[in-house]
Design a protein around this ligand. Structure first.
Ligand code: WT7
Length: 674
């Protein structure tokens, strides 16, 4: 199977395969959509002001876009609002009060079905968010502007906490529960967190995964944390430090069920949250998201991309530890008063049809998932799915990585109606919400398996060549966003210089995404993958540099290079090339040890798929590792003539380096170590 994720020059895209969406959804020709889009980007600030005015503001803005200090834009400057008020109070005080906000399902399974289920209506959510807000303020003295660190599994306490923090104007930073104590410590130190909220453990594929002990290890290196609040999930016996740690249920038992906290009047540009992303250096970047612009983008995309309506049951199968969950499990659906499914565990536990049973059980109508999930279902075969009635689904999207046409076709025919809207929404942690996508809520252009569609209204995106000129149709280039948009990051936390340098220095006046893309003759965008040292493993973003710096901290390792290798299911997996220190001999044991080492330093999310011991790595004259060469070797590709991009290396040099490395890899016969 071939994927679009590779950076091979020989990629071929099925540009011409077009699927007209089924009746019942408004369809548009590409030309008609382009016209509509043109008019939306003539004056984006005015366009977005109309969308923004659909939210309930405590105070209307003075200007929709303050662009006096680029690239530090302020959306809806002067406006005041509160995310918790918008997501909870509005609905709890309307006819939606008894409408279900979340159907939560835990992972553990009994013969008769899921063991743990909870249903939260908007009224329940209102009560719990108020109580937690009250607790945060009265017991832990959390004030406007403080940062709360969150390390929780997918349980209802997580969205409740995020909303409670937003209610009192505290920012939060969620760390995905697949990250290790080192990663936690780095992030909590950088954002100076005052309170940490975690759980004893989480459930994953039937196993209890301890969380509180990871926090304990991390906090040995974090000075700012005064309290740790611990949710009981599995009942795992964990150590509680007296004076610092408290159980969530015990602390809350002192708060009355009628406790109320007035939502703070937040400025539009005030921070809602900080979320760390991997980049090309070892230090993760704290993406700071504002309140007014961010919520405006979510409101728009929930309606345009998901066409969310009151009668829908929506399921975004991501983890809240990543941006997809922040935007499309918590804030987006709740803003719209939607009923969502929230599922705690693995989609294939205890059997490969768990995900299908969830769709059937709740009658999911809108389904948002990842290409990795789809490919893993595909690998397990149709039989698992056929016994389930999936006919409730009326719209699907995937996110996180390119979707290969084969997986696209398989999934769209399987879920019953091959012509329901099914897109691949492109965006990033940085963008806050969806940027390039089909928009069934506005009008659907014909689908093409594997494409991302076109930029949504109000978003001006382009594919640039090296010089920053629009690339010719069909030619690969760099994906950029040309105008400020609501939802864009405010800055990198405590590092505005890096913010400018990473995103706004490559091309003048445009946001540089770091992705390769191609635009076809019809104006459809196809995002191909990262152009930098970031890899997407099962849709999760990892900086290869983070893995390399973990490796070189091991006493046996002199140098290391990590690259992504195409993988049938996960899209990419990390593969390490290691040069050992003198006197250290390669062995199976060392290979296992290095793998464990990386898992421990970065987290289970970073499991290496293979470790190759080599004697040297291909480098340019400026001593940069030629990643293109390394990655060509692991994916069995010729390096071709991609050398123009190769910092000062000649074609011959690259070829020689490739041949040498390939030879070593062959000789070492050490494929797939784990
Ligand atoms: C990177 C951002 C934003 C949701 C989760 C990922 C890749 C994301 C697609 C897509 C092709 C995609 C890009 C991007 N990506 N969606 N539909 N098609 N590639 O957020 O972890 O910040 O990763 O994910 O490479 O740069 P993230």
């Amino acid at each position: 199977m071939r994927y679009l994720v590779t950076l091979s020059v020989n990629w071929s895209l099925p540009f011409n395969e077009k699927i007209q969406v089924a009746e019942g959804i408004k369809s548009l020709t590409p030309e008609a959509f382009r016209q509509l889009h043109e008019s939306s980007i003539k004056d984006p600030a005015t366009f977005w002001a109309k969308v923004g005015s659909e939210l309930d503001w405590f105070r209307k803005w003075d200007t929709p876009l303050d662009n006096s200090n680029p690239p530090f834009y302020k959306w809806f400057a002067g406006g005041e609002l509160n995310a918790s008020y918008l997501c909870v109070d509005r609905h709890a005080k309307s006819w939606r009060r008894d409408k279900v906000a979340f159907y939560w399902e835990g992972e553990p399974w009994e013969k008769s079905g899921p063991k743990d289920r909870r249903t939260l209506t908007y009224a329940d959510l209102y009560r719990e968010v108020n109580r937690v807000a009250y607790l945060l303020r009265s017991r832990y003295d959390i004030q406007r502007g403080d940062v709360i660190g969150i390390y929780l599994p997918m349980i209802p306490e997580l969205p409740i906490l995020m909303l409670a923090a937003a209610r009192i104007g505290a920012a939060f930073t969620v760390v995905f529960s697949g990250f290790s104590s080192d990663a936690l410590a780095d992030r909590f130190n950088d954002s100076n967190v005052k309170l940490v909220v975690t759980a004893d453990s989480g459930w994953r594929r039937g196993a209890v995964t301890p969380l509180k002990p990871v926090v304990d290890t991390a906090l040995a290196h974090v000075k700012s944390v005064r309290h740790v609040l611990v949710v009981r999930r599995s009942g795992l016996n964990v150590e509680m430090h007296s004076g610092r740690d408290e159980w969530w249920d015990e602390a809350l038992s002192h708060v009355s069920s009628g406790a109320k906290v007035e939502p703070e009047k937040m400025k539009s540009e005030d921070t809602l949250y900080i979320l760390y992303t991997s980049g090309t250096t070892g230090k993760p970047k704290g993406q700071v998201h504002d309140t007014g612009g961010y919520l405006t983008l979510l409101h728009a995309t929930m309606r345009w991309v998901f066409d969310a309506r009151d009668e829908d049951v929506y399921w975004c199968a991501a983890d809240i530890g990543w941006v997809t969950g922040h935007s499309y499990i918590v804030f987006g659906p709740l803003l719209e008063g939607v009923t969502s499914v929230m599922y705690e565990g693995a989609p294939d536990y205890p059997s490969p049809d768990r995900w299908a049973s969830i769709i059937e059980r709740y009658g999911v109508t809108l389904y948002y998932t990842s290409p990795t999930a789809i490919r893993s279902f595909m690998k397990l075969g149709d039989e698992w799915v056929k016994g389930h009635d999936l006919s409730s689904v009326r719209l699907m999207h995937s996110v996180g990585e390119p979707i290969n046409p084969a997986a696209y076709r398989w999934f769209s025919s399987l879920v019953g109606k091959p012509r329901i809207p099914f897109g691949s929404t492109w965006w990033m942690t940085e963008t806050g919400g969806i940027m390039i996508s089909h928009v069934p809520g506005v009008g659907m252009i014909p689908m093409k398996p594997g494409t991302n569609g076109m930029p949504i209204p109000g978003i001006k995106a382009e594919v640039f060549d090296e010089q920053g000129k629009p690339q010719k149709p069909g030619e690969r280039g760099y994906l950029v966003i040309q105008d400020p948009w609501p939802g864009m990051p405010v800055t990198i936390y405590k590092d505005p210089e890096r913010f400018k340098q990473v995103y706004f220095s490559r091309f003048k006046g445009a946001f540089y995404s770091g992705d390769y893309a191609v635009k076809d003759e019809d104006g459809y965008f196809w995002v191909l993958g990262r152009s930098d040292e970031v890899i997407k493993v099962a849709g999760h973003r990892l900086g290869t540099y983070e893995l390399e710096s973990a490796l070189v901290q091991h006493p046996a390792v002199a140098e290391a290079a990590v690259v992504g290798r195409p993988d049938e299911v996960k899209g990419e997996v990390p593969v390490a090339f290691v040069i050992l220190r003198q006197a250290k001999a390669p062995s199976e044991e060392l290979r296992r040890e290095l793998n464990l080492w990386v898992r421990e330093k970065v987290g289970p999310v970073a499991a290496l798929s293979a470790v190759y011991f080599v004697s040297k790595l291909p480098k340019t004259r400026s001593a940069k590792i030629m990643r293109r060469v390394v990655s060509a070797v692991v994916s069995d590709r010729d390096v071709g003539d991609t050398t123009t991009l190769e910092d000062g290396a000649s074609v011959d040099e690259v070829r020689r380096a490739y041949a040498e490395l390939a030879e070593e890899v062959k000789e070492s016969r050490v494929h797939s170590a784990t």
